[in-house]
Write a protein that binds this ligand. Sequence first.
Ligand code: SF4
Ligand code: SF4
Length: 639
Amino acid sequence: MSRRWIPPYALDEPGRRVLLLGNQAIARGFLEGGGQVASSYPGTPASEILETIADFAEMYGIYAEWADNERVAFEVCSGAAMCGLRTMCSMKHIGVNWAMDPLMHVVLRNPTGGFILVSGDDPSQHSSANEQDNRFLARAACIPCYEPSDPAEAKEMTVKLFEISEAYRLPVMLRVTTRLCHVRGDVVLGPIRMERRKGKMADDISWRKTPRLTGLERIPPQKPLHDKEEKLREAAESLEWNRVEANGGERLGVIASGVSYNYAREAIGRLGLEGKVALLKLGITYPLPEKLISNFLSELDRLLVVEELEPFVELQVKAISKEANPKIEIYGKLDPARKLIPREFELNTFIVSNALAEFAGVPKPVPPGQGAELGEVGRMVTPRGLTMCAGCPHRATGYELKQALRRLKVEDYIIIGDIGCYGMLSYPPLRMIDTYLGMGSSVGVSQGCARATGGMAIGIIGDSTFLHAGIPGLISAVWNNTKIKLVICDNMATAMTGFQPHPGTGVTAMRRQGNKVEIENVVRGIGIPCLEIIDPYKVSESVEAFTRALEFDGPAVVISRRICATEAVRLARRQGVRLKPYFVDPEKCTGCRTCINTFGCPALVYDPSKSKAWIDTTLCMGCGVCSQICPFQAIIEGE
Ligand code: SF4
Ligand code: SF4
C-alpha cells in the first residue's frame, strides 16, 4: 500500500532542508511554535498561510478556519488567545483596517496565549487597490512589529514570536510584503511542538473572576501597555534578528529591514562596496533598538535608509540621530535633497543598487532590460489589457445591466463597484463602473450617491464581498428606504484570491461540510422588497429581471448566480465532460463587431483581412452568451 504523500511543510523530520514559499514557511513556524487556532480571510499576498495550516490541521490536531471577514477572524483569534491558546491571524494589509477595532482593545486585555497578527503588505499593488504600510498600525496599537527578510527567518521568527507574545501578554505583528510571501527559499525544519492546551480564560482577564474597580477611578488603562512598549524597546537591543555587517571603519552606512535587506546586501556586493559601506539589518522595526542604532550612527558621516513604502524607519532614525550624531546626513525618502529611495512601488536590487551608487559616489549599474535577450523576449510578449476570463459570468451580468439601463433610457446613473473580479467591468468595452472604495463599500457609497444626486445609483458586489462587508450597508438602505439597486455577482467562490470557499458555499477551510449561508435568505431577512435571481448566461431573461429591479420604486437586489468560468472548466475536466466551444459561421457574420465592441469576451477575435469575427476555441468555454448577442445569429454551438 502506498503511503499518503505529505507536503514538505507538514513533515515531522527535524533537520530536513526543504524549499518553501514564504507563506508556507510562516505556516510551518505556526506548527513548530505550537499554534492551535488560525483564522483568516483570503487576500493576496497572505492567503497561502491559512491554506497551508488548513492543509495539515487535521494531521496535527489544529483548528483552522476562514472567517467571513478579517475582523471576525481577528476576534476568533483574540478569544482563543484570551483562553491561553497560541493563535495566528493572517490577512492582507487592507484586512488589518478591519481588525483595528478589536486590536485596539485586545492589547489592553493581557491575552495569555501567544498571538501573532500577520500583515501581508502589497507594495506595487500587485493584487490590491492601494499601497499601505501597516507598520504604522502596529505603532498605533503599541504592538511590536517584526520583519523577516527571507522564508527561513520568517519561520524562525514565527516560532519565537509566540514566546515573545506570551512573555509580554501582547499580540505581535509579523509584517511581510508580497516578495517575501511568494518567494521560495531553503528552510530547515525544526521539531513540531505537540503541546495541545485546553483553553481556559485566565482569572485576571475575566472581569467575573477579578472584578473591575467601581468605574469611578481614573486609572489610565493604557499605562501597562506603554510600560510593555518600553520593555520591548529594551529587549530589541539584543534581538538576534538585528545585526551589523561591517569590517570596521566605514564612514557610510545603510539601514534596511525585511526584503529590502537582501536588496541592500546584494547591491553592496555588486557595486564592490564591502569595507566601505556598513549595513545594519533590522528584524524589528517597532520599537527600534535605539542604542544599537545610536552606536551605528555615531561612526558614520552618511546614512541611507532602505525600506519599502513609507519612511517608517527613517522617521524614527532621524529622531535618534539628533542625539547620536546630529551631523550625519540621512538619505532615503524624506529629505527632498536626499531622496534616493522611491516611496511608491516595490523595491528591487536594481533600484537599491542605483540609489546606493549615487549615495556612495560610484558608477551606476547597467539598467535591466537593455540586454539583447530581454529585448527579444519583450517582442514576443503581446501587450494585453486587464480583462475577465472567457465565459466569465460577470461580463454577461454587466452587459445585461447595461442593456436594461439602455432599454429604460436611463442615462444619468452612477455605478459603484467593489473588490473582486467584477471590478474589471470598469475597463473597455463595457466600461461601466464609476469608482469603488474598500470591501463592501459599493452598498454604502451608492446610497450616498443616490442621496446626493437623486438619480439612479447601483452597487455591484461579489458574493464573498457581500458576506464580508455588504450586509450592514444593505440593512441601512432598507431602514432608510434609500432606493439603490444592488447587483450581487454570485460565482460561488472567492475567485480573485484563489477560489477559497466562503459562507455561501458551506464548505470550510479544513474541507468539511459546514452550514451554507444562502445569500437570498440574508437579503430577504433584511427585508429587501424587490429581489430578482438570475442566471447571467440567459441574456433575455436577465435583461427582463434587471429592468424590473431598476423600475422598482425602492431598494432592489439582483443576485446573478453562475459558477466562475475558470472553476466550471476545471470541474468539467475533472468529471471528463467536454465543453463545446462555439464558432462563427463566416457565411452569416457581417463583420458588424457587435460581439467584440459591446461584449468583448477574449475568445472573440476580429480578422480585419476578412472583415469577420472568429472564436479562439482554445479559450472558448462554451457559455453561449455571445450567440445570444450576435444580431445576425452568426455564432453557433459546436458539435
Ligand atoms: S459574429 Fe455576429 S456580432 Fe460578431 S461580428 Fe459577426 S455578425 Fe457581428
Ligand atoms: S461562447 Fe462566446 S462568450 Fe462564451 S466563452 Fe465562447 S466566445 Fe466567449
